[in-house]
Design a protein around this ligand. Structure first.
Ligand code: F6P
Length: 544
């Protein structure tokens, strides 16, 4: 019998009635093969959901929800280039950026391969030429340093991936990133650099973003003051869909790499927005990165829901968010090089699914996107894990680790891995009052002290986590991991029936900032402002 979405939600709520009193300790004790039943693989990538508070019945009902919500048809609509971004009337085709011509992707009747392939070849050639010292300053000297100026989707992905892939940088130039309108960001990035050997990439889909434009102008002044207006032209390239604006800024057309309105900013890392990464790791590695995305795209497109990794990740997330009521998710890669992964995923997930109305404009009936946050393990263990183990809120975690070490300090990887295993174990199984009591008594503590300490040293456990394990951190595996999360976000947006591809929520603040900027001038008329904003501005004037 085909269910409605409402019926599917009701059935899941009934599942939780059954499961909420069960402890993960008992679930593992009752099913010695729980790992086998709740872990899923694609090649070397395994995702273990066995430490989530679900059972086979609940998982089956989550698939029913996905079917009732038309996840399969919606997925097909995205791959077919339908205008699923309804409020901006656009297709959503970031998958075409890493497709092969055989995939047959089309945007508004045009084969995307005809658009993508020439731009990809051009920006990868430029990247290799910068690396090889073939793209030079006006005196023919190679660039030693490259600064990407961009923000949001034009910054977070390139920053994250460039740091993650530092092992693959070889002999290329140093690559830095400036995003914040706070002048300290550009100042700090350029402080030790020589303008004569610094290349700037101005990355902005719109080429109107306030922060990026003001930083780009400041960079231009920094270079021009050093080497003059004419020579400075060799020091700028741009990535944008707004070619009129790049030309008005003075960037030569052959130094501008475009992309298309069917690529959202937070999904643009595999477009020419990835130029800074391509300069950091070279074209061969960049193409391997794209291959990783494509393999996950194909898996997502072609695999039945029951074995489909992004779908599984999404559904477990739905269970955590809507059934268990968890408001946040922590992403904890046990990998120092992925320290920026959670901030990249923050934009991807929260800008996509942080929505309060459905595609039809009605108020949503369920909670939508959770707060995404995190840090690299083991650092996170020494900052916020106390709350995750013993605080009053349940914070589900996505743990990630590679089997192989990422550095030559191979023996440290075993300790890293032991910590990864220990955390998910401790969260799931906890430590009972009796275990604490026995341990302290054996250690010789007196019974009164023991009883006073027991509540403090008890771990409730039953705290959910998912573990993501793969062979090693390479351009390929990183691409696959990012695409896993892109499609997870997509599936959740379909189930919540929100438009995951617009971002109207960031507009109001931008407009207000432009309106308020003149109010910071001495003598500005503050009479129309609310008392808080007026009071703060008056204090700012007094403190300046
Ligand atoms: O923060 C809002 C936003 O529009 C993001 O969606 C986007 O990634 C970012 O600004 C940067 O935009 P642009 O690439 O146009 O400068």
């Amino acid at each position: 019998m085909t269910q409605t979405v409402e019926q599917a939600w009701d059935i899941l709520a009934a599942d939780w009635q059954r499961l909420q009193s069960q402890h993960l300790r008992d679930m593992f004790a009752n099913d010695p093969d729980r790992f086998d039943g709740f872990s899923f693989s694609l090649d070397d990538l395994t995702i273990d959901f066995s430490k989530e508070r679900i059972d086979a019945g609940a998982l089956a009902h989550l698939f029913d929800l996905a079917r009732a919500a038309d996840v399969e048809d919606s997925r097909d609509a995205m791959f077919a280039g339908k205008h699923i971004n309804t409020t901006e009337d656009r297709a959503v085709l970031h998958v075409a950026l890493r497709g092969s011509p055989d995939d047959g992707y089309q945007a508004d009747g045009q084969a995307t391969a005809d658009l993508v392939d020439p731009v990809l070849s051009a920006f990868l050639q430029f990247a290799d030429d910068v690396r090889a010292g073939q793209v030079t300053n006006a005196k023919g000297v190679a660039f030693k340093d490259v600064i990407n100026i961009g923000i949001g989707g034009s910054d977070l992905g390139p920053v994250m991936a460039t740091r993650a892939m530092s092992k693959f940088s070889g002999e290329g130039p140093n690559v830095y990133f400036v995003s914040n309108v706070d002048g300290a960001h550009l100042r700090d990035a350029t402080r030790d650099l020589n303008p004569e050997t610094t290349l700037f990439l101005i990355a902005s889909k719109s080429f109107t973003t306030q922060e990026t434009m003001i930083n780009a102008q400041a960079a231009k002044v920094w270079v021009e003051n050093s080497i003059g207006v004419e020579a400075s032209k060799a020091h700028f390239a741009a990535v944008s869909t707004n070619l009129d604006a790049t030309s008005a800024f003075g960037i030569a057309p052959e130094r501008v790499f475009g992309f298309w309105d069917w690529v959202g900013g937070r999904y643009s890392l595999t477009s020419s927005i990835g130029l800074s990464l391509a300069i950091a790791i070279g074209s061969e590695n960049f193409r391997a990165f794209l291959d990783g995305f494509r393999d996950m795209d194909q898996h997502f497109k072609n695999t039945p829901l029951e074995r489909n990794l992004p779908v599984l990740l999404a559904l477990v997330g739905i269970w955590r968010r809507n059934i268990m009521g968890c408001a946040t998710v922590a992403l904890i890669p046990y990998n120092q090089r992925l320290e920026n992964f959670s901030s990249y995923l923050q934009q991807m997930d929260m800008e996509s699914n942080g929505k309060r109305v459905t595609k039809d404009g009605a108020e949503v009936a369920t909670k939508t996107g959770p707060v995404i946050w995190g840090d690299a393990g083991t650092n996170a263990q020494h900052s916020f894990f106390q709350l995750i183990h013993q605080g009053t809120d349940i914070v589900p975690i996505d743990f990630m680790i590679t089997a192989q070490p990422t550095s030559y300090l191979v023996e440290q990887h075993d300790l890293l891995t032991a910590n990864f295993l220990a955390q998910s174990h401790a969260l799931a199984f906890g430590k009972t009052a009796q275990e604490v009591r026995d341990e302290l008594l054996v250690a010789g503590d007196d019974p009164a002290t023991v009883e006073a300490l027991v509540p403090h040293r008890t771990f409730p456990g039953n705290r959910p986590s998912t573990s993501i394990l793969y062979s090693s951190l390479t351009p390929y595996s990183l691409g696959r991991l990012i695409a896993l999360y892109e499609h997870k976000v997509f599936v959740q947006g379909v189930i919540w029936n929100v438009n995951s591809f617009d971002q109207w929520g960031v507009e109001l603040g931008k407009v207000m900032a432009n309106q308020l900027a003149p109010m910071l001038d001495d003598g500005a008329d503050l009479s129309g402002l609310n008392s808080s904003t007026r009071g703060l501005i008056e204090n700012i004037h007094a403190l300046k």
